[in-house]
Write a protein that binds this ligand. Sequence first.
Ligand code: ADP
Ligand code: MG
Length: 407
Amino acid sequence: MPKENPIVVFKDVEKVYRGGNVAIEHINLTINKGDFVCFIGRSGSGKTTAMRMINRMLEPSGGTILYNGNDIHKTDAVKLRRRIGYVIQNIGLMPHMTIYENITLVPKLLKWPDEKRRKKAQELIKLVELPQDFLDRYPSELSGGQQQRVGVIRALAADQDLILMDEPFGALDPITRESLQELVKHLQEKLGKTVVFVTHDMDEALNLATQIVVMDSGHIIQNATPSEILQHPANDFVEDLIGEDRLMQARADVTTVSQIMLKNPVSITPGRSLTEAIRLMRKRRVDTLLVTDDDNYLKGYIDIETLNTRYRHATSVSDILNTKIFYVVDDTLLRDTVDRILKRGLKYVPVVDHAGKLRGIVTRAAIVDMVYDTIWGDSDDEGDSDSENSDRGNLSQSDLASSTKEV
Ligand SMILES: Nc1ncnc2c1ncn2[C@@H]1O[C@H](COP(=O)(O)OP(=O)(O)O)[C@@H](O)[C@H]1O
Ligand SMILES: [Mg+2]
């Protein structure tokens, strides 16, 4: 959980609009200093309402909001707003004002002396790597992208600790949007600001937030870090908001091979006879066996075809041992193996520890369980997944032929 250093606290806050429209129902929320908090939810879920109560643009119908420990209702609203920046949708610049005048708009309202304003503008324009003489130009003399960057620094100009942003990039194309997200994030971290940011775009929230507050119908459904949200979505609603592709991606990003492998794969030692090997294959209904030495180091595999052709001339497992085998190490992220396993058509892959000892196997079935619907969908039409309910599927030599490693 986040460190406790609250700048804003919602206590049992409620907002009912005139006419009885309940926009916020008893929310409790702590926003810590230095955090980048994203309110996310569908249109009408109460994001804007919740945000606007922080600087008293709207008054709650019930409950209390604390700013730096003080009840904002007992704070002068104008003073409060001076300490809290607010950026509305589309950070447009005033066309009739110079860049300098645009940047220092709020500091001027706050009656900063000229010199302090000038210094701040110079400092900020440097932060976004624009030349100082741009300060004297008008917005129309700058490119669209440059104007957007000025819009972002304007939001930071008044040295306020807390900045509220209500879908500021909502109307921008994806590329401009991404570059501005990067800029905002960079400046927020560098300047140590606290940002509360409203969005309905999960990509944006995941990009920016240190804390994501998921809202639905005036309730907070989940309040957690982006990785917690991805790994443990609170319910179907949150899962839906995240989207299946991203969930799958997130799982593969953090799941290691050892977490989904089957333990105790069927294996045999090189000294055993081929008769014993056949008996074991029949009993476990597999057409290959992994071969390990007495200390459980993976040595290779044997398969039924080789066994069949060489049976008369060979006696022990070691005589027909195939040492070219594809395997994975147990702490490999699934993300890095899924593709290889699926695309090569491997039915299973042995899993070893860093020393090379056999620890388990990952079956195609286990992977298919995870990705079938999201990645492969209908294209995986081999229709053989039922055979893999046993410990392992059938592994043929051709499965292993391409890309193997000597053990
Ligand atoms: N001024 C208002 N008067 C009455 N109802 C409002 C007003 N503003 C917003 N609402 C209602 O409150 C709910 C939350 O709105 P809002 O906070 O704007 O949601 P969001 O920002 O998540 O889209 C919605 O049902 C909306 O229709
Ligand atoms: Mg809104």
